[in-house]
Write a protein that binds this ligand. Structure first.
Ligand SMILES: [Zn+2]
Length: 505
């Protein structure tokens, strides 16, 4: 049936109708995912995705939005149309039935993967624990191989999925899926790769020293993937993990929230514990009303960082105050990640560490330096995997395992075993071309925090939270993120703040 839009009133009604449909679909998707992870009965995600694709791939909707966009003067309506236009374009890859069916199938395999070590089933967290803490190098190797075994099972289909995404992007006028993503995320490939280069350069010397020290301390010639976390845990921990017990994670978050005059019990955040493929996940069922955090905590600073990050997402989503779903969720992912990344940065502050841990400033200085060294590895790892992922979309042919090995040797100076598949990391399946968001997010977080500390004052204050709410959270995607950032910090996005924190290691 042809949609009849005679005036702006009709258009507003149509947009509201689409808005409500998308909101309901999003709610169903998040609820299904939540239940699936908690092993409860859940609605088939394929059905939900089919419903979503009916909305987003509706040509009548698309033509109407494209037709009216240049004619509309009202800012709010215009913004909704802009965001819808982008969503419609994105959907022409991700909401294609072949694409989401394969993705959901793989997602199911990832969630239900049951790793085995020496003939016994282990949870992912148990294996992470062995890789990080066990002195037995052979056992660590086995644990790492058990964890990454999944890659071999799903590799062929993950490549197929990447290929499918490319095929769908081609008729839309993009060379491949990664070019489409750059367009949709409003990102310049050149600028991003330039930022990567800067970070790789800046971290090269300290990282080389870290690798040399790892070889010496562990008496090994080559560093393997099951060595690096172990080394970091054993030798870059002037503050032991026991200062960060898993039972106290939530308490420590509540302690932080008190600085902002925030009472966790009054926020619409529900926390549950579960063994998941990540350190934690935050899920929003309805912005401002129903936000959930799934936590998979272990003892140690890293796990605190994970969960602080997820609470960063949760807080952001709690304080978005716009009724329109399209506007509320209309920010690019790296901006949303930036909001989450602000929270773990509190834990890296001397003030917080001194007050919370009650240990000497010398030990804390050492700890902060060690964390920067760990970040060198983290940034290089993210950049490495990100560059590798672009290479898949640019050229999915050839031996990808060999290619991944070359990337890892070049950027991480780590030797991978022959019998291995890169596809074990769920990110390539569930969050394609997402990794760069973590780097951009850190740039956004550092720029915000440094600006506030230099120009306004204490970040451990209710005023800082008010600043975040006012400048970043409350209006969702009403204004483009660059405008929000320069309005908040007085400058456009620049790598300076991040670069500054990585200097002098
Ligand atoms: Zn996140």
């Amino acid at each position: 049936m042809k949609i009849q839009i005679n005036n702006q009133e009709d258009l507003i009604n149509l947009v509201e109708q689409i808005d409500n449909q998308l909101k309901e679909n999003f709610f169903q998707r998040a609820t299904s995912y939540w239940n699936q992870i908690l092993k409860k009965a859940y609605k088939d995600p394929n059905l939900i995705d089919e419903e979503r694709s009916i909305i987003l791939l509706n040509p009548e909707y698309r033509f109407t939005v494209e037709d009216w966009l240049p004619k509309v003067e009202d800012n709010l309506l215009k913004r909704k149309l802009e965001l819808l236009k982008q969503e419609f374009l994105r959907a022409r890859v991700s909401s294609e039935p072949e694409v989401f069916a394969l993705k959901n199938k793989l997602d199911y395999q990832i969630i239900n993967f049951a790793p085995e070590l020496n003939g016994k089933k282990f949870t992912r967290s148990e294996l992470y624990n062995i890789i990080e803490k066990d002195d037995d190098r052979i056992l660590r190797e086995k644990a790492w191989k058990a964890l990454t075994e999944l890659g071999k099972e799903i590799e062929c289909e993950v490549v197929l999925l990447c290929d499918l995404r490319n095929q769908k992007a081609l008729p839309l006028g993009y060379k491949n899926y990664s070019d489409l993503c750059f367009y949709l995320e409003n990102l310049s490939k050149e600028k991003l790769f330039d930022l990567f280069e800067q970070i790789l350069d800046l971290t090269e010397e300290p990282y080389k020293k870290l690798i040399a020290d790892c070889k010496e301390k562990l008496s090994i010639d080559k560093v393997s993937p099951w060595d690096i976390k172990y080394y970091q845990h054993k030798y870059l921990t002037s503050v032991s993990d026991s200062y960060f017990p898993k039972e106290e994670i939530i308490k420590s978050i509540e302690h932080l929230f008190k600085k902002f005059n925030l009472d966790m019990s009054k926020l619409p955040i529900k926390v549950e514990y579960c063994d998941i493929p990540y350190g934690g996940i935050s899920l929003t069922l309805e912005t401002g009303k129903d936000v959930r955090v799934l936590a998979n905590p272990q003892e140690g600073y890293n796990w605190y960082e994970f969960l602080y990050h997820e609470f960063g997402h949760a807080i952001h989503n709690c304080f978005i105050q716009v009724p329109s779903f399209i506007i509320a969720t209309g920010e690019p992912d790296y901006f949303k990640e930036g909001m989450a990344c602000i929270f773990p940065k509190f834990m890296a502050e001397k003030y917080w560490l001194e007050e919370y841990l009650k240990i000497s400033p010398e030990v804390i200085n050492e700890f902060i330096l060690q964390n920067k060294l760990k970040n060198c590895y983290w940034y290089r790892r993210v950049i490495n995997d990100c560059l590798f992922e672009y290479s898949i979309y640019n050229n999915p042919e050839g031996n990808l395992n060999n290619r991944y090995k070359e990337f890892v040797t070049k950027n991480l100076f780590i030797e991978l075993p022959d019998d291995f598949s890169w596809a074990y990391d769920p990110v390539y399946t569930t969050h394609p071309l997402y990794l760069q968001n973590y780097i951009l997010a850190d740039v956004i977080a550092y720029q915000t925090i440094n600006y506030y500390k230099e120009k306004r004052g204490n970040i451990f204050s209710p005023e800082f939270l008010e600043f975040l709410k006012e400048k970043y959270y409350k209006d969702g995607g009403l204004k483009p993120w660059e405008e929000k950032l320069s309005d908040a910090t007085g400058t456009k996005l620049k790598a300076e703040s991040l670069i500054k924190t990585m200097e002098n290691i």
